[in-house]
Design a binder for this molecule. Structure first.
Ligand code: CA
Length: 526
């Protein structure tokens, strides 16, 4: 169903603008329900002034000042980004700290999925052999080996879903001892330990690289490998790590390297193949949420539905991570107020302050975030985008903060501090231990990851229809009046359990759409 009568959506009673919901927008002269007549043509998802807004007066959406009017905006005007002056970023001083005390969310019990229980207690939603690489130099060789493993070995191990090379662009150029180099290193370490890889860590190394295998995965960092496993793969002396080193004297010629990688892979594949799914509580889900290619509907349909689902997941005892520093920076006061404790609020402020300084070093600020597509989609600036983005976090208290590249060590709603870049955010959420990914989009992106299922949510029916074999959920039905936010949230919750169980594949899995891992490296390159 598509909306045919003029429809605008206002998010908060204090708002003096609303967005046009109709596909194709509305022409000048259209009379809205309530009698307001449009002075300009207003594209879909773009804002219209509901009252006369004087030059210099605030423009309010989500109950928040998203800017001030550059010129007078009589009621019925198209309000776009060139007509708004963006407010200054909220200072990190004097923020409300853990002031919101919502009633303890009612526990949600009885929901389960079929997952792979790991030795460390974590649960995988897929059963994948991942091959870690210490340096980009080995990427071509590893990929060659992976193609042969897929063709020659994988058919013998039907319980294993895939073989994935954890390729990255890290080379010796990175100033490895710089303080910030700890971020890419721990990211790569923690991704190797993602629950979907079953603790079967194997590494391909070149030999001469700065990031030696023992530095990447020091003794004790792989709690899952037992003595038997080490004996099986015959690791080098003094380390429990299973490493194929290409510069090893034993390798004469290219095929020797490939056969070595394949031989080691076979040992891991055998163990992965013996694993079986078992019924586990929904609390074992570790869901990373993010958005990309956002439009003004993101904060009206898809993100509020994800937010409702976030509340359901947290009530079920699961972990949900929301991220994207620059897309929540303008809502910092809402976040610190929702922190479960003052320590959590302080950890968020620390992450924001670090990121402010990081952007400042590059002589930009959070306003560098918005794209031409965002603006075409009706988002005037980062403040408006942030208000729509933050609703993915639902309404439950924020119980922890995960620094970039760190592993999440507690349940509940967590703020995982990451850049908003889809690939870097996904990579860091993988490192944090994500076993299911939810991605909302308004403009449309075919995003997918090899390491974890990605459920994509369209903000508009028009996108869901056009990209019918790429979008898993159509949250546009909320704007069409077919579905409430609550119904969409529940639908998403049930879909997550189905996808996590392997009963259902996402479109990105179906087509094998795999974006690259992108390490966040704030350290200098030499
Ligand atoms: Ca993003």
């Amino acid at each position: 169903m598509t909306v045919t009568s003029p429809l605008t959506i206002r998010m908060h009673e204090a708002d003096n603008v609303a967005i046009v919901a109709n596909e194709g927008g509305l022409p000048a002269g259209t009379t809205l329900p309530g009698g307001l007549v449009l002075r300009d043509r207003v594209p879909q998802a773009h804002k219209v002034s509901l009252v006369d807004i004087a030059e210099g007066a605030p423009v309010i959406r989500y109950g928040v000042v998203i800017g001030t009017a550059v010129q007078a905006l009589p009621a019925g005007s198209w309000v776009h980004e060139r007509l708004l002056r963006m407010p200054e970023a909220r200072s990190l001083e004097g923020l409300p700290i853990a002031t919101v005390k919502p009633p303890a969310p009612e526990p949600l019990t009885g929901y389960t999925f079929e997952g792979y229980r790991n030795a460390d207690g974590s649960v995988g939603t897929r059963n994948i052999l991942a091959i870690t690489q210490t340096v980009q130099c080995v990427a071509g060789v590893t990929e060659f080996a992976v193609q042969r493993i897929k063709a020659e070995l994988l058919p013998r191990f039907p319980n294993v879903d895939d073989v994935v090379a954890l390729e990255h662009t890290y080379g010796c150029g990175v100033a490895i001892d710089a303080p910030d180099a700890v971020i890419p290193i721990r990211t790569l370490r923690n991704i190797s330990l993602n629950p979907n890889f079953g603790g079967e860590v194997m590494v391909v190394s070149l030999g001469c690289e700065k990031l030696q295998p023992e530095r990447l995965l020091p003794p004790g960092s792989i709690p899952l490998i037992d003595e038997r496993a080490v004996a099986d793969v015959g690791t080098s002396a003094g380390t429990k790590l299973d490493v194929v080193c290409l510069q090893d004297d034993a390798h004469v010629g290219f095929m020797s390297m490939i056969e070595s990688v394949m031989r080691q892979a076979e040992v891991h594949l055998e163990r992965l193949n013996a694993r079986r799914r078992e019924t586990v509580p929904a609390s074992e889900l570790v869901v990373g949420v993010q958005c990309g290619g956002s439009d003004a509907f993101s904060g009206v349909t898809a993100n509020p539905a994800v937010g409702f689902c976030t509340d359901l997941l947290v009530r079920a005892g699961a972990t949900v991570m929301f991220s994207e520093v620059t897309e929540v920076r303008d809502g910092i006061d809402q976040l610190t107020a929702r922190a479960a404790t003052p320590d959590v609020a302080q950890a968020m402020i620390d992450q924001m302050a670090w990121y402010d300084a990081y952007l400042d070093r590059g002589r930009v600020d959070r306003s560098a975030n918005t794209t031409p597509g965002n603006k075409k989609g009706g988002l005037s600036n980062i403040v408006e985008k942030a208000m729509g983005s933050i609703v993915k976090s639902g309404s439950v208290p924020i119980s922890g903060v995960v620094a970039p590249g760190e592993k999440a060590r507690q349940r509940g709603l967590l703020y995982a501090a990451t850049p908003a870049s889809d690939f870097i955010c996904g990579t860091l959420q993988l490192a944090a231990g994500m076993n299911l990914h939810v991605f909302t989009t308004g403009r449309g992106t075919p995003y997918g990851l090899a390491e974890v299922p990605v459920i994509k949510v369209a903000t508009r029916t028009e996108l869901a229809r056009r990209w019918h074999d790429l979008m898993d959920v159509n949250a546009g039905r909320i704007a069409d009046g077919e579905l409430t936010i609550e119904e969409a949230g529940w639908e998403m919750f049930r879909l997550m359990l189905d996808v996590a169980s392997g009963h259902k594949k996402t479109w990105a899995e179906h087509w094998k759409l795999h974006n690259a891992l992108v390490l966040f490296n704030p350290a200098p390159v030499t």
